[in-house]
Design a protein. Structure first.
Length: 247
């Protein structure tokens, strides 16, 4: 899990070969079990379920935590809570990635303002179980998540990143709380995920990255100059820089 590594240009930053399964606007995230000030207070924003991880993007630009990335292989104790009084929510625990801008582990609770907590939680459990099975089947030496790798160059994502690839995902819910991300809000780095997703290890990521790059190049070649997405070379802000801005 890493902090402030999965956002760019007021949108989400994903790896090459990673794709978005679900997206929901209007969620609240609360953290516990950490003294790090970046986790203090309720966070309002958007939640993504991708082929490789859970991503939260904060809507408040002044907050020290702008994005929260939790690879499936770093998640544990994921539970769907349905209290008698109050809204349903998801809770889980996640371990930090080396170089992920925090140390140890943190607990979180995820509330959906417009509903969909149970459906999202069920999809999260299914995706996490599949990815963790792939991780252990690949001969992982231990359960520690791999280090966070800086994004490197990044650019606006082509259309395939906005929805799952062709295939059957019967466990993905259809709920009014879920919608596709708006155009111009998904950005992709040149680096593949350092951990497996629901489709397996690096071969799956490389194939998806190749498909994304092909579509991106076709889009760029066919677009008028004024329609081309800008090219970006800057990394998303890390925790230290975000902290300095708020001091």
């Amino acid at each position: 899990m890493s902090v402030n590594t999965a956002h760019a240009n007021n949108g989400v930053l994903i790896h090459a070969g990673e794709y978005i399964l679900l997206h929901s606007d209007g969620v609240t995230m609360d953290f516990s079990g950490q003294d790090n000030p970046v986790f203090k207070g309720s966070k309002q924003g958007r939640i993504y379920l991708t082929s490789h991880r859970l991503i939260f993007n904060n809507k408040k630009p002044a907050d020290q935590l702008q994005s929260f990335s939790a690879p499936f292989i770093a998640l544990s104790d994921v539970e769907l809570e349905q209290p008698v009084f109050g809204a349903n929510y998801i809770k889980a625990k996640v371990r930090a990635q080396p170089n992920g801008n925090f140390i140890g582990e943190v607990k979180f609770k995820l509330h959906f303002k417009s509903g969909g907590a149970i459906e999202y939680g069920q999809a999260l459990l299914r995706a996490a179980s599949t990815a963790q099975s792939n991780y252990h089947r690949g001969g992982a030496p231990n359960d520690d998540p791999p280090p966070y790798t800086p994004a490197g160059a990044w650019h606006e994502a082509p259309p395939p990143a906005y929805q799952p690839p062709p295939g059957y995902y019967g466990w993905l819910p259809t709920h009014e709380a879920f919608s596709g991300p708006a155009n111009g809000t998904v950005f992709v780095s040149d680096n593949p995920p350092p951990y497996p997703g629901i489709g397996g290890h690096s071969k799956e990521a490389e194939a998806m990255a190749s498909a994304q790059n092909t579509t991106y190049n076709q889009y760029s070649n066919n677009a008028a100059p004024s329609d081309l997405p800008p090219a970006y070379d800057a990394l998303p802000p890390n925790y230290d820089s975000a902290n300095k801005k708020n001091q």
